[in-house]
Design a protein around this ligand. Structure first.
Ligand SMILES: *Cc1c(COP(=O)(O)O)cnc(C)c1O
Length: 355
């Protein structure tokens, strides 16, 4: 039976004094959670330890062949001061989906959640209360065998680190400009696009940089086979409000199935907008947008929650949606979902979990 051991740190770091010091993923709390897997023995005890660097062998498998998976979720400070998580079991269940694809061992969702709560109780003071801020949680698993042969590791380390994070939008929710990427692709069917595994993100950086140089905030990814069907924007899922209703691409194996995506589908249905999942060709989107038949579009993900799309550029075609403003449904979905996450609105679907 795995136990949870807690070793507290004597030295405490200085906490940020204003939201401006936060940024994203730059600061880390005083403790971390670590659990090691040994072949033939399975997972050992879960340890909550003082936050510190790991020593790694330069021949470690993860450093060469990227056998690594991660998750991202947030802990929110409610108005009454209590801390709450949003759908944490779904993140750990998805981590097990990624683990199976990457030949890594699965974790015990309930046990890891219990240990995460122990870590959060210890470092809870790091959860900021300024508007739009949260304590970002990063569970990660890496293959730790020392070996240069291309194969699954035998040993693994699972860890969780916590990072107090600032508002995604410095000046409030605002539409972003999107560059439709028609040269580079993020993922292909049969590959690892549905898994949250490091290589997907390393592969996406170049296209993101080129788009940024052209003045765009995000890349819209097309499918890797025909370069035609809409997949995601950056590391967010995408929705279009069209004449037929609210539409999002079907999870086809190369798209990451977001928990925010799932939540938005539920909330939109509650509001009378059942979501249509289907293939969406980029030429269809531009033709419809030029006729005025794409009313709103937005991305969804844990970091931004909902991100309105302003302008879309594809080759020499460019369209601006909702007159460059935040669409009414986009705003309503954002307000409802963040309201539930912050404990300001009732939670009819049982998504929040008090720490
Ligand atoms: C994490 C991620 C998302 C969003 O998932 P959420 O569970 O909503 O945070 C979407 N696309 C990619 C590629 C991602 O890595």
């Amino acid at each position: 039976m795995q136990k949870i051991e807690i070793q507290t740190s004597n030295a405490r770091k200085t906490k940020p004094a204003s939201a401006g010091e936060l940024g994203f993923g730059k600061l880390f709390t005083d403790h971390m959670l670590v659990m090691d897997y040994a072949p033939g023995q399975g997972w050992g005890d879960i340890r909550v330890l003082p936050y510190a660097p790991f020593a790694m062998d330069p021949g470690c498998i993860v450093l060469h062949y990227a056998q690594t998976i991660f998750e991202g979720l947030k802990c929110y400070r409610r108005g009454d001061g209590a801390l709450q998580l949003f759908r944490p079991r779904d993140n750990f269940a998805r981590m097990n989906v990624s683990a199976r694809r990457m030949c890594m061992p699965e974790i015990d969702v309930e046990l890891v959640l219990e240990a995460l709560k122990a870590l959060l109780r210890l470092d809870g003071e790091w959860a900021p209360s300024w508007p739009g801020t949260s304590l970002y949680i990063r569970p990660t698993m890496i293959g730790t065998d020392t070996s240069l042969s291309v194969q699954a590791s035998g040993a693994y380390r699972f860890f969780i680190i916590l990072s107090p994070s600032g508002p995604y939008y410095a000046s409030g929710l605002a539409p972003v400009n999107i560059y439709v990427e028609d040269e580079y692709v993020r993922a292909v069917v049969g590959g690892v696009g549905f898994a949250k595994t490091g290589g997907n993100y390393a592969a996406s950086v170049l296209a993101g940089r080129i788009a940024a140089e052209k003045g765009f905030a995000q890349v819209l990814w097309l499918d890797g086979k025909e370069n035609r069907y809409v997949e995601e924007i950056g590391a967010m899922n995408i929705f279009f409000l069209m004449r037929e209703g609210l539409v999002t691409p079907t999870l086809n194996g190369s798209i990451l199935g977001g928990i925010t995506r799932q939540s938005i589908m539920t909330l939109a249905a509650d509001m009378g907008h059942p979501v249509i999942e289907r293939r969406l060709a980029i030429d269809e989107i531009f033709d419809a947008a030029e006729r005025g038949d794409v009313i709103e579009a937005f991305g969804t993900g844990t970091a931004a929650v909902v991100s309105p799309v302003g302008t879309l550029r594809w080759g020499d075609r460019q369209v601006t949606l909702s007159d460059g403003r935040i669409g009414a449904l986009t705003q309503r979905l954002y307000d409802t979902l963040t309201g539930i996450q912050l404990g300001r609105l009732p939670d009819p679907h049982g998504w929040v979990e008090i720490v």
